[in-house]
Structures are given as C-alpha cells and as structure tokens.
Ligand binder design. Sequence first.
Ligand SMILES: Cc1cc2nc3c(=O)[nH]c(=O)nc-3n(C[C@H](O)[C@H](O)[C@H](O)COP(=O)(O)OP(=O)(O)OC[C@H]3O[C@@H](n4cnc5c(N)ncnc54)[C@H](O)[C@@H]3O)c2cc1C
Length: 415
Amino acid sequence: MRRVLIIGGGASGLAAAVSAARAGAKVAVLEHNRQIGKKLLVTGNGRCNLTNRDQSLSHYRGGSPEFIQKALNAFGLSETLELFHSLGVVIRDRDGYLYPYSDQASSVAEALRMEAEHYRVKLALNTEVQRICRENGRYLAETPGWTYEGDALILAAGSCAAPETGSDGSGYRFARAMGHTVIEPLPALVQLRSPDPAFPKLKGLRMEARVSLFSKERLLAEDRGEVQFTEYGLSGIPIFQVSRYGVKELHKGREVRVILNLLPFLKEEETEAFWEERIRIGSGKSAGQLLVGLFPKKMADCLLKRAGISADRPAAAFTDCEKKALLSACTAFEVKISACNGFDRAQVCCGGVDTREVNPETMESLQMPGLYFAGEILDVDGACGGYNLQWAWTSGWLAGYHSAETPRGIVMCEQ
Ligand SMILES: Cc1cc2nc3c(=O)[nH]c(=O)nc-3n(C[C@H](O)[C@H](O)[C@H](O)COP(=O)(O)OP(=O)(O)OC[C@H]3O[C@@H](n4cnc5c(N)ncnc54)[C@H](O)[C@@H]3O)c2cc1C
C-alpha cells in the first residue's frame, strides 16, 4: 500500500489526507496542536468563507500566475464544490462568497476529520515534527520520541501568519532543509501603520472609501470598501486587499502611501459639480457646518485642518483655492505608510516556497521526488474572499492525490 506522511493538519493538510486516502494510500497527519484545523476554525469570523464563485486569476497573487492557473485548472472551483458535496457540506452563497450552510467553520473541519477517519487516516495530534530528511529514497519525520517514515511527504505546515493557530514557520525550515528556495515570507492581508499624528483622533471611524496604494508615483493596487481608522493607521477589508503590495515595497525600503477617496460614490467627472452645489446650497453655513451630513465630526475636523481652513470660516467666502483644497482633502486623503502590523495580526503571508521548483499539476518538488507542498507554505497568496482556502483545497488535493501514486509505506519506529 502507498504510504504518505503529511506535516500539518490545517486546511491543506486535511484536504491532502482525504485525497491521498481516497486514492488508496495509507496516510498519517502529524499535527503539533491538540486539535486539527485550528486556523480553519477562525476563518471568516468563525463562518469559513471557503471559496468564491469568481475564480479569476486576479484574486491570486504570488511569484507565478501560470503556476496558480495550472493548479486551478487541475482542481478548481467545481472540483472543490464536488468535494464538499461528497463530504455532506451544503454551500451557502452570499453574492458569490461561499460558506458552509451551517455558517460554522467547525463543521468544515469536522466533515474533513470524519472523512479522514473513515479512511483510517492516522491523525497524530500533539505531534511536533522537529526534523525531516530523506534516506534511501524514504522520508523520515522526527518527532520527540518517534520517527515516522513514508514513501512520500507532504509539507502542509502553513506559513508564519497567525502563529497562535500553530503555523510557526517551521515548514519553511523543512523546505530549505530539502534544498528548496523560500522567498522571504512577509505579512499579507494585514493592517497598515502610519506616523500621521491625526490617527489617534480618528480611531474608531469606519468609512466607505476608494483605496489606492502607491509606491512613489506608481499605483500598485486599488480597492473599495469600508476602511477602519485605528490608533496607529488603517484597517478593514480594502486595506487588507492592497496591503501585500505595500508590505513588499516597504520591505525594499521604498516609500508607500495610500490615497483615500472619501467620496467614492461619485464618478470622477461628477465630483466638482457635487462640490460646487454643496457650497452653493450651504452658502449660509460655516466650513464646519458644510461638512455635517457628509462626514463624521472627527473626520470633518481633520479634513478642515488638512485643507488649512478654520471651522468657522463662512462657506460663502471660500476662495477657489480653498474650495479646491477642501475637495482634495476629501477625495485625495493622503496617508503615509511606515510599516504594517506583524505576523501575529496578518491573516496570511506572501512569499514562501518558490513555485518554480514545484510541479503545478501535482505539487511535487521538481528536485526531490516524493516531496510535495500544499497550502500557504507555497509562494501563493489570495485576496480576501475565500481565495486562500481555495488555494489550500486545490494544492492539498493535488498533493494528496499525486503522492498516493508513489508506491511503498509509513512505518512508525521508536527512536
Ligand atoms: C483570522 C483569519 C481568518 C481567515 N479567514 C479566511 C477566510 O474566511 N477565507 C479564506 O479563504 N482564508 C481565510 N484565512 C486564511 C486561511 O485560513 C489560510 O490561508 C489557510 O488556513 C492555510 O491553510 P494551510 O493548511 O496552508 O495552513 P494552516 O491552516 O496554518 O495549517 C498548518 C498546520 O500545520 C501545523 N504545523 C506547523 N508546523 C508544524 C510542525 N513542525 N509539526 C506539526 N505540525 C505543524 C500547524 O499547527 C497547523 O495546524 C484566514 C486566516 C486567518 C488568520
């Protein structure tokens, strides 16, 4: 019987376990947590946004779009839906964002666990892999007191994002030990920090905005949605979506800034007319009063300060220059970015095992036969919206299925 070792009982490791076991392999999952799928449980605020109907490549990022596309062609959305159907997980569709009908991430982890147990997968919990190696064509995974042995080994140990869920970055160490290149992992889907002293005062605000992220004059990414203002800077889904581009630039020592358009409901060509009209009908008001009904007070104060206009200045007395300055403060609210939050606050990492060294259709190492990769350990990261879990299902399934094709087996021997 073909025997497969999997390091990591997260989303990708569990998908790999089910896939390898269904393909006829004898499988052991080595997981250092007391439970499987700890990160899976916190996804989607505990509801698990497990994939998305829109599978265009633009939602995936990483060193090689071709690698990602080939993998998604081999196991994509329809195969994922079939997988969950076969596991008994009914899907709830929220505008294309797909969740388990139960709205509980735990039911996804449970369905995978039940299927793995049905196929007699060994789920070795509290089992910390400390070292891996290959001897005489077989893989050894050393844990305190035991060495597991298999014909194939799947590295599904995650990244270093949210380390409290178990992904402490040890997978990268194992990949390097096997001769693989690891592109430096950096936090992604993460909050952005700013030295701007206005932020402590803006703390707690949530505002709809168009977010544009620039490195010097180069526009790198854009998104729209609810931005959250925090004591240290910016958070919220649209900030998460653009963050990895900023993080990479900061890492190279480049300047990064975010421009917020706080009037995103207007088309560019409508903005000036909207503003003129607002000033015309508010001609009896002060500058501060003019912004009432449009922005929260804390933001209005900040915008006036940025435009250099005092709150009691009559709107009727605005010069063209003042009108322009206030409009520009609203539509081009510039935020200098100095850093991002750390791995502990990031949902995923960008970077990881260089995909040029991995077969996109099987997830097998191109340099070490029988070694496979699955999930976030690879240099692939997705946007918010179910894309990171889709990547875990895709890569996990392919790795599991193809690793089962390698003949031979797992034995467990005392050291
Ligand atoms: C708060 C939060 C919310 C998220 N929400 C979503 C969402 O709604 N939709 C979405 O698509 N994505 C979401 N993500 C991202 C998604 O959860 C991850 O991309 C995905 O779980 C990665 O799966 P993985 O199997 O690669 O890694 P992990 O799930 O991290 O699994 C790796 C496993 O390996 C184990 N391990 C590591 N090292 C060792 C070792 N040396 N020995 C033994 N075991 C080891 C770890 O304990 C862990 O269980 C979210 C992430 C976070 C943090």
